[in-house]
Design a protein around this ligand. Structure first.
Ligand code: BGC
Length: 767
């Protein structure tokens, strides 16, 4: 755990240059606008430790699978979100001496991520080897008002010298991913051009043939005036620059503006990329930095207006939750149904930028409550569009008759994860995809979704489970062997309780969906059934038999569900008795030691109790929580939030708070020692849930919205807004009670604790 960032309600502040933490800061201070984003790499050359990262939504490369021992069924490739052309770079050369903070004495270094306004700023004084001292003030943003553009304002001041200076803003497509299977470069050159003040680059990804046009125009301001720059242009394959030769005097400040546009073939025909990019750059330059910044800030103000959570009396908690909301909003805007939420967003390469079960299990509730319901619907439709690929994926693995196995990791619907214990065995992901439909409908009441898309997908998933179980004679029950549950620190286990439970739930929910669609639109049902060759009676009879006779491992003495068969044969030593130097165990222990141990990476049985809370009484939840949480190392970022919600549910508020802080500040405090790889974007939605579903106790059950609010003793109060069925509600909890205000929409009856509350006007109601 690290504690080098200053606490502030709206800003992330790093004071003092920490080269050892540079990769961590590069992740934390990342910017994005849903369309593209980047790590907080310096504009000027930096020869110290850095992970260069610029990313474009939906642009990936299918890196040929590399494994030690090929296993039939492995996908051909692992999709990688690509490190895209670098558009931030500005080389600074003072009379032949390059500015590079790795070779300077750096003082007064401050890096600020202004979350309210979506702006990254950096100031410092650098003493170069020659003794020259410069002051730098860099400021940049990726516009969310116009997601085609980004701007940089880079000011440099001479403190103790007067010398010739060369400023070289550039675009560089000759970039690499650190994470490549064959050390290949993924970009091909298509076109470069540069003039005295602008440059354009078109590059194309190998194999996938996505094209991107990256363009820039440059202005230099000296003593308040735009100077005639007459830059020297230079291009080579995948690279274009404009070198501006001028001079700088003692105490003089020079400001470079870089107006940038990124346009990809995902949104425009390849033949138009250059024209569109040039237009955007031209428009941006004419509008000017300050106005673009104002538009961008206004757009952020709107986002905050809808999604902010205010926590009073606890700056660390406030900063934590805002950081999470900020990152979620800059990663996914919901405007493009082809896009999804990569576990690292635009902050790093790890996890390939692809879609995981994280979206359905963790992110949907955040977008359901903080955005128009079409955003969550888009995320569901994304999976529906991949249904045929999920069927192909299952067919490759030997399943038949339209059974669908969704991929663990995907860019375009194809599986692209290639570790056998996850690819083949972590099949519970299919359950989360079905659950998200249920969750969406429960929240929005948009049951028509079942007719339009849901039922067909649920049948595919049900068919998979029906073929994946087998009947055990000795047990006289159906069983599921050879799986990895959500806890990836166990592989190839039999009868993982969570997987068995969600499999049965999927079968039941698919049958519910079938009945619903039949009752609403029999013709539509028949046409889907004919198209997918669905033999209702035969198939559902088999599903019912599985539902009736599924095996669930339990321990009668402890009265708990067993994570998998024979779990209690393990040596059970709580995590608190593990020496600190052994943690995180995934970095300190051999894999076999982890597998044999009782330690749990993330909620597994508890994930099931969280999803299906209504099916269990509170004592059952308590017993399981108290058994499993002490064995959980929370080494997946997705773990603490589920525990925070359940702990609040059972009234263990200290634990809930501990878990909340851990999820909210996971990256800021680098709890799991891996923020350098990028931030844990998908788990950030879990942090939001920890507040709203955990402390706020928000639920939707029996068609009614309810809250069981709790005010953590560390806070003076907190408030959040949610969208619910065309209403906008504000919920504020403080020492005087819970105040609910309906800001938009017609009357609504909700429940607060056990009391029914009718929300009629717009005045806050104290409950
Ligand atoms: C977790 C998975 C998760 C993945 C991406 C892993 O560490 O165990 O549950 O899907 O990270 O976030």
């Amino acid at each position: 755990m690290k504690d080098y960032l200053k606490k502030d309600e709206w800003k992330i502040i790093e004071e003092g240059f920490n080269p050892n933490y540079n990769r961590i800061s590069e992740s934390i201070f990342s910017l994005g606008n849903g369309r593209f984003g980047q790590r907080a790499n310096f504009e000027e050359t930096y020869s110290g430790d850095t992970l260069q990262g610029h990313y474009l939504a939906g642009i990936y490369y299918p890196d040929k699978t590399r494994v030690g021992w090929w296993k039939n069924g492995y996908p051909e490739y692992f999709a990688k979100v690509l490190n895209a052309p670098n558009w931030t770079g500005i080389k600074i050369d003072i009379d032949g001496e390059e500015l590079d903070l790795a070779n300077c004495e750096v003082n007064d270094f401050v890096r600020i991520l202004d979350m309210k306004n979506g702006v990254l700023e950096r100031t410092c004084t650098a003493k170069m080897k020659s003794g020259r001292i410069v002051k730098i003030h860099a400021k940049r943003f990726c516009s969310i008002a116009n997601d085609n553009i980004a701007c940089i304002r880079y000011a440099i001041k001479a403190v103790n010298f007067s010398d010739p200076i060369q400023l070289t803003p550039f675009l560089d497509g000759d970039v690499i991913n650190e994470d490549t299977n064959y050390d290949e470069k993924f970009w091909e050159p298509i076109h470069e051009e540069a003039t005295e003040n602008e440059a354009y680059l078109i590059t194309e990804t190998k194999k996938t043939e996505f094209q991107v046009c990256t363009g820039m125009r440059v202005q230099v301001v000296k003593n308040g005036d735009i100077i005639d720059i007459d830059g020297k242009s230079f291009t080579k394959d995948k690279y274009a620059e404009v070198a501006i030769n001028t001079s700088i005097k003692d105490e003089e400040e020079m400001v470079i503006y870089k107006y940038v546009s990124n346009i990809t073939s995902e949104n425009h025909p390849k033949s138009n990329l250059l024209t569109v990019c040039k237009n955007e750059v031209e428009k941006a330059t004419t509008t000017g930095f300050e106005q673009l910044l104002t538009d961008h800030q206004n757009a952020w103000a709107k986002k905050w207006e809808e999604s902010d959570i205010i926590i009073k009396g606890d700056v660390a908690a406030q900063q934590g939750i805002r950081f999470n909301i900020f990152q979620l909003n800059q990663t996914y805007t919901g405007e493009d149904e082809r896009l999804n939420i990569g576990p690292k967003g635009f902050t790093g390469e790890k996890y390939g930028g692809s879609t995981y079960w994280d979206t359905e299990a963790y992110c949907i509730p955040f977008y359901l409550s903080t955005a128009d319901q079409r955003v969550a619907r888009n995320l569901l439709v994304y999976r529906f569009k991949h249904l045929q690929k999920a069927i192909e994926n299952a067919t490759k693995l030997g399943f038949k008759n339209g059974a669908a196995l969704y991929p663990m990791v995907t860019m375009n619907g194809e599986e692209c994860h290639n570790e056998w214990e996850i690819t083949f065995e972590e099949i519970h992901r299919n359950g989360a995809i079905a659950y998200a439909i249920f969750d969406y409908i429960r929240y929005t009441n948009d049951e028509a979704y079942l007719t339009e898309y849901g039922m067909e997908l649920l049948v595919g998933i049900a068919r998979f489970w029906a073929q994946r179980v087998h009947f055990s004679k000795p047990k006289n029950k159906y069983v599921i062997h050879g799986v990895t549950g959500p806890n990836e620190y166990e592989n190839n286990v039999n009868n993982n309780w969570y997987t068995n439970f969600i499999a049965v739930w999927c079968l039941k929910y698919a049958m519910y969906a079938i009945d619903y669609v039949k009752s609403q639109n029999a013709t539509q049902f028949q046409s889907i059934a004919d198209r997918i060759k669905f033999y209702e009676v035969t198939e559902t009879n088999q599903w019912k038999d599985i539902v009736d006779k599924m095996y669930f491992p339990v321990d009668q003495e402890l009265q708990i569900f067993l994570q998998q068969e024979n779990f209690l044969d393990k040596e059970i030593i709580p995590v608190k008795d593990l020496p600190a130097e052994d943690r995180p165990i995934h970095q300190k222990w051999s894999w076999d030691r982890i597998l044999r141990s009782c330690y749990i990476k993330q909620a597994d049985v508890l994930q099931g109790l969280y999803f299906f809370e209504d099916a269990f009484d509170i004592d059952t939840i308590k017993r399981n929580f108290r058994f499993y949480e002490p064995l959980t190392v929370h080494e997946s970022s997705l773990s603490p939030c589920v525990h925070a919600i359940l702990a609040a549910k059972i009234g263990d508020y200290e634990k809930a708070y501990e878990m909340y802080l851990r999820t909210a500040r996971l990256d800021l405090d680098d709890y799991n020692n891996d923020t350098e790889d990028g931030c844990h974007i998908t788990s950030m939605a879990g942090t939001w849930m920890a507040v709203v579903k955990g402390f706020g106790g928000m639920r939707v059950a029996d068609d009614q919205l309810s809250f069981t609010p709790h005010l953590p003793s560390q806070w003076k109060g907190y408030s959040f807004k949610i969208r619910f069925r065309n209403r906008l509600l504000k919920i504020s909890i403080d020492t005087s009670g819970t105040h609910i205000q309906k800001l938009e929409g017609v009357d609504l009856k909700i429940k607060v604790n056990t009391k029914e509350v009718q929300l009629v006007g717009e005045d806050p109601i104290l409950c």
